[in-house]
Ligand binder design. Structure first.
Ligand code: FAD
Length: 399
């Protein structure tokens, strides 16, 4: 009998946990499992603000897929997905094709520009390992050339973060913590460095607990960060950003962190979608497709309590992955699938150094206790993926 072919696209949080669960839950002869990813490593997207600001070695955020998955039970294909032929049950790769009986789409997200011109040309918007390295090196270069130019140009030391959501706040938290060290190393007066967080919404961290938002903003302001709230960016240029009121902030560094949309492959493949995200059925299958599951940032699920989509998070991607794996197993065994409901345990945002804010199990946390919790969450993921050895190799010291 032919074994069903399961193909998983993307080795992020969703893809890795699906792959790991399937290799454990299915017997050797029950299915052929293939994981496709554009790199031969997996990285923790949720840590990338740290290497981007230069406070963590980028190597800490990634690991070889072969080191954490049992590749005797799963085929790994390093390639780029270019299209999904849904009706032909085929995935088109840059260097070949794959047939599937069951498909899991876990290709993550792409930056959302909201139509603002100049983002891709002039801002740093890639939240990947290579994107983080590029931002870190660029920041350091700005400090290094400041004293080497005849004219002292303020824009070399002006850093703009577009978006005061979690990614923007976590990044500026790390950068503001690092600036004193950079000033010392490159003989730059501290007061010359300007850091702006520019947000279109009427508050930083929209939707988060107001008391914690105030704590975060006060802390960041005490490190020299200036917030421009209710201040949409109209354009990113080679000189900086132009705001809706026509004023300009000159900066050689603009980091784009205004949120994400789903992977463009979703649109290209013709799935019905909203900004690249598919509103999936309760059991995580794409509407009208018995054999295609969509999870993580490519999927959209509604929070019934407020009738709005849940924000895309690693927490949800991992929980979906576990249900997706068990639903594929159920289909292979001709059993009914089960529905997915997120179990939100909390949200913690780091603010650099030993500072963080969060709500965990309905308790508000500030400062070092929130920071401890954040590091434990990061380590817990490593434990889920690779047990104690991976925590010892890549984990963070929570103290
Ligand atoms: P990803 O983890 O992004 O994985 C997608 C994978 O697909 C990647 O390996 C990518 O290389 C691969 N891929 C993409 N396109 C292709 C292609 N065409 N061909 C082959 N491979 C491809 N969430 C939280 O829950 N908590 C947090 O504290 C948190 N902090 C964050 C901080 C930052 C700086 C950022 C950027 C995000 C943060 N998030 C956080 C959100 C979280 O990272 C995402 O929701 C999560 O990564 C989504 O998982 P995923 O599996 O859908 O996609």
């Amino acid at each position: 009998m032919n074994k069903p072919k399961i193909v998983i696209l993307g080795a992020g949080y969703g893809g890795m946990i699906t792959a790991s669960r399937l290799t454990k839950e299915l017997g050797y002869n029950e299915a052929d499992i293939t994981l496709v990813n554009k790199h031969d490593y997996h990285y923790q997207t949720t840590w990338l603000h740290e290497p981007a600001a230069g406070t963590l070695d980028p190597e800490k955020t990634r690991m070889k897929i072969s080191e954490v998955l049992n590749l005797s039970k799963i085929h790994f294909v390093k390639d780029v997905v270019v299209d999904i032929k849904r009706d032909e049950k085929k995935v088109i790769l840059e260097n070949g094709e794959l047939d599937f009986d069951y498909l899991v789409v876990a290709l993550g997200s792409e930056p959302e520009t909201f139509g603002v011109p100049g983002v891709f040309e002039h801002a740093f918007s890639k939240w990947t390992v290579n994107g983080a390295r590029q931002v870190r090196d660029h920041i350091e270069y700005m400090f290094s050339i400041y004293n080497n130019e005849d004219e002292k140009r303020d824009e070399l030391l002006t850093f703009v973060v577009a978006g005061a959501g979690f990614t923007g706040i976590e990044f500026i938290g790390e950068l503001s913590e690092r600036v004193p060290e950079l000033c010392k190393r490159y003989d730059v007066p501290r007061e010359k460095v300007k850091m702006y967080v520019i947000e279109a919404a009427p508050t930083a961290l929209p939707g988060f607990d107001p008391e914690l938002v105030e704590y975060a903003m006060n802390l960041l302001e005490s490190r020299g960060v200036e917030f421009k709230i209710s201040c949409p960016i109209k354009e990113v240029t080679e000189y900086g950003v132009i705001l809706a009121d026509g004023s300009e902030v000159k900066a050689e560094t603009v980091v784009w962190a205004t949120g994400v949309r789903g992977n463009s492959i979703i649109e290209k493949a013709g799935f019905e979608n909203m900004r690249g995200r598919v509103k999936v059925e309760p059991d995580l299958r794409a509407p009208g497709h018995d054999n295609i599951f969509i999870i993580g940032d490519c999927s959209l699920i509604i929070n019934e309590e407020i009738n709005r989509p849940y924000p895309p998070t690693a927490q949800i991607a991992m929980q979906q992955a576990a249900v997706c794996a068990s639903n594929i197993k159920a289909l292979i065994h001709n059993e009914p699938t089960k529905g997915f409901k997120p179990d939100i345990k909390g949200t913690v945002a780091s603010l650099g150094g030993k500072e963080a804010i969060g709500v965990v199990f309905d308790r508000k946390l500030y400062g070092s206790s929130a920071n401890f919790m954040k590091k434990m969450i990061d380590n817990r993921y490593l434990f889920m993926l690779g047990g104690t050895p991976l925590v010892l190799k890549k984990g963070k010291n929570p103290l």
